[in-house]
Structure formats: structure tokens, C-alpha cells
Write a protein that binds this ligand. Structure first.
Ligand SMILES: NC(=O)c1ccc[n+]([C@@H]2O[C@H](COP(=O)([O-])OP(=O)(O)OC[C@H]3O[C@@H](n4cnc5c(N)ncnc54)[C@H](OP(=O)(O)O)[C@@H]3O)[C@@H](O)[C@H]2O)c1
Length: 341
């Protein structure tokens, strides 16, 4: 492939101010910046799609608890992205290579070859499929909770990017029943009608514990928690003896208007039922991505798995509004934004 020309400038999204409470699009600024020439061992990439996620709101906080560098004022944001190599000063990459990296929120980027991973574009149906948050969902369901044959599984925040994958992975591992919580009737219908969850409920519809007791009268064996707060406390009460919890996120604390709503841990219930809690952070190691993409491709080909995602167009300019829409719970599944054609 002939090398595409490199623009002199590009656009990126920078943190303009740290949100005080709810995120506002004005907390971000879309800025035109020079695109420098690549040095020895560096590669120029045109970013095509980036992942939008709840975690970006956390990373704007001064006291962010996520174990990756927080966003800094006046600097571009970061996040998972796929794109095409335009020029390479590294023997490892050539123009036209399809790659994944963590410097999203910008149209083009110059970065060292070791910060990139090559992907086989033909492995999955479309570029944005490579941004599925499957490695995290897999880590929680398989490595942390060991969900398998006959388990009754509860996924909180089930229409989130991670949750929508976690529930489907559990079904593919032979779970007897997968229950999801979500925020609207339309999302319940989506979970059960489209994604193959056995049951779902709206967490606004009365006490979560009542819903879990109705749907899992013999108790939960596995809990994949994205939410924390009342949903975590209810899951502890509804857990069967020996239940395994994969603690993935705490959206009530991270995003809710109820940020101070930290869950209380019922120690005696935990001891009596010998519950296992496994909080985890998935760093998307190459082997975690490889095992996920392999299963994802297989299940998609078999027609037994859906990539639940909302694909947004509008480019880098739309990124602040896209994040606002995500945080306002307007979308379902992984939210991906097209950055360039
Ligand atoms: N441990 C790890 O390595 C790891 C990696 C990635 C992500 N995570 C965590 O996993 C969780 C899900 O991440 P994601 O990127 O998949 O999420 P996401 O796609 O951004 O999910 C957004 C959805 O979450 C639901 N939600 C938002 N606030 C909520 C609240 N206060 N209570 C209940 N539901 C709420 C909303 O759906 P409804 O309309 O249904 O409310 C919203 O549409 C987050 O906590 C994230 O930080 C952890």
C-alpha cells in the first residue's frame, strides 16, 4: 500500500476543567494541534473508532481510584482506539496495518511502535468490534467468578458495555439462568429479547432484593457487579451458599447522583454463606485480548452472540456530547465513536 499523506495538523480532545459534580461537555475542549513527524521507531496512525466508557468520567477526578493515569487539564484524554497506520519508521509496522492502542480522543497520533498492537481486520465483522469490552467481562465471569454449568448468575448494570458481554459469556459457559438489572423497560426487552438474558428487571421498580428473590428463589451462585450500592447489598442477601462475586465496577459511586452511596458489607451473611468477593482490574493484556477475540469471533460466526453496541458518528467534535449521552444513560452496550472516515 502507498503511504497516505500525513496532515500538518490534527484535532484532539483535551480536558478543559475537572467536572464539579455532573460532567458537562464544556469540561472538554476540541483543539487543533500540529501533527509532528515520526521519529526513529515511531508510527503515525489515523484513529478510526474509539471506545466511550463510564471510566472516563472517573479519570477526570483529581482523586481518581482507577489504576491508570488520570486525565490532566490541558492534555488530551486517552482511551482504547483502533486505526490504520499511515507511516511507519519501525520494521514492525507498515502503512495500512490495522492497529489498536490507548491514545484515543484524537484523529491522528504519533506513537512508539511498542505502544501499538497489530490486529487482523478480517477476524471480526467491523473495526469497532475490536473495542468490545470482552476482556474485562471474560476476566470477571471466567477467571474471577468461574461461572459455569448450572449457575444462576446476576449481572448488575447489564446493558453497560461490560455487562451486556458478561451475561452472554455466562450463558455460553452453561449458566442455568442469567438475570440482569437495568434502568428502563426498553432495556429489559433488549436484554431478554435480543441478548438472551433469561430475566431482567428495572432497578427503579421497588427494592432490588425483592426482584432478586422472585427471580432466583434458590439464590444466586455468581454475581458480576458493575453497580455497587443497593444492588450489591441486595445481591449479598440473595446469594446462595458459596456464591462467587466478581466486583467489576461501582457505578453508583462513580457516576450516580448518589455518589456517597457506598454499600455496607453484611459480614455475618458473608461468613455464614462463605461468599467469595473478587474485585479485579483488567489491564487488557495481549493474552486477555487474544483469548477474548478468539471466542468472540467464534460465537459471532455461530450466530449465538451479539455485540451490543451503539455506534456514534460525528467525529472528534461530537466526543464531548457522546460522553455526556453515555453518562446520561441514553445508550446501550459498548458505546463507540467514529473519529475519522
Ligand atoms: N474492573 C475493570 O477492569 C473494569 C474495566 C472496564 C470497566 N469497568 C467498570 O465496569 C462498569 C461498566 O463499565 P462500562 O464501560 O461497560 O459502562 P458503560 O457502557 O459506560 O455503561 C453505561 C450504563 O450503565 C448504567 N448506569 C449508569 N449509572 C448507573 C448507576 N448509578 N446505577 C446503575 N446503572 C447505571 C446505565 O444503564 P441503565 O440505563 O441500565 O441504568 C448506562 O447506560 C463501570 O463501573 C466501569 O468502571 C471495570
Amino acid at each position: 500500500m502507498t503511504a497516505e499523506s500525513i496532515p500538518a495538523t490534527t484535532r484532539e480532545v483535551q480536558l478543559a476543567s475537572r467536572p464539579d459534580g455532573d460532567f458537562r461537555p464544556e469540561n472538554l475542549a476540541v483543539v487543533q494541534v500540529p501533527l509532528r513527524e515520526p521519529g526513529e521507531g515511531e508510527v503515525v496512525v489515523r484513529n478510526e473508532w474509539m471506545l466511550m466508557a463510564t471510566a472516563y468520567r472517573d479519570l477526570m477526578n483529581e482523586d481518581c481510584k482507577i489504576p491508570v493515569p488520570r486525565f490532566e487539564i490541558g492534555a488530551p484524554l486517552t482511551g482504547r482506539t483502533v486505526g490504520t497506520v499511515l507511516r511507519s519508521n519501525s520494521p514492525q509496522f507498515a502503512p495500512g496495518d490495522f492497529v489498536e492502542h490507548f491514545l484515543g480522543w484524537r484523529e491522528h497520533v504519533v506513537l512508539p511502535a511498542q505502544a501499538l498492537a497489530k490486529r487482523d481486520r478480517a477476524q471480526l465483522p467491523a473495526p469497532q468490534y475490536f473495542l468490545a469490552n470482552g476482556p474485562t467481562a471474560w476476566r470477571g465471569i471466567v477467571d474471577m467468578a468461574g461461572a459455569g454449568e448450572g449457575d444462576v448468575v446476576f449481572v448488575s448494570g447489564a446493558t453497560s458495555g461490560v455487562g451486556s458481554l458478561a451475561g452472554q459469556i455466562a450463558k455460553h459457559r452453561g449458566a442455568a439462568k442469567v438475570i440482569g438489572s437495568t434502568g428502563s423497560k426498553a432495556k429489559i426487552d433488549y436484554l431478554v429479547g435480543e441478548l438472551g438474558f433469561d430475566a431482567a428487571f428495572d432497578y427503579h421498580d421497588g427494592p432490588v432484593l425483592d426482584r432478586l428473590r422472585e427471580l432466583a428463589p434458590d439464590g444466586l451462585n455468581v454475581v458480576f457487579d458493575n453497580v455497587g450500592g443497593e444492588q450489591f447489598e441486595a445481591a449479598v442477601q440473595a446469594a446462595a451458599a458459596g456464591a462467587r462475586f466478581a466486583l467489576c465496577g461501582a457505578m453508583t459511586e462513580q457516576l450516580g447522583r448518589d455518589r456517597a452511596d457506598l454499600p455496607r458489607l453484611d459480614l455475618m451473611a458473608s461468613i455464614g454463606k462463605q461468599l467469595t468477593y473478587r474485585p479485579f482490574a483488567c489491564f487488557h493484556l495481549p493474552e486477555q485480548i487474544a483469548i477474548w477475540n478468539e471466542h468472540f469471533a467464534k460465537w459471532l460466526n455461530q450466530g449465538t452472540f451479539k455485540y451490543s453496541h451503539t455506534a456514534l458518528e460525528g467525529g472528534v467534535e461530537f466526543a464531548p456530547k457522546a460522553l455526556k449521552g453515555l453518562l446520561d444513560r441514553e445508550y446501550s452496550g459498548n458505546v463507540v465513536l467514529k473519529l475519522t472516515v
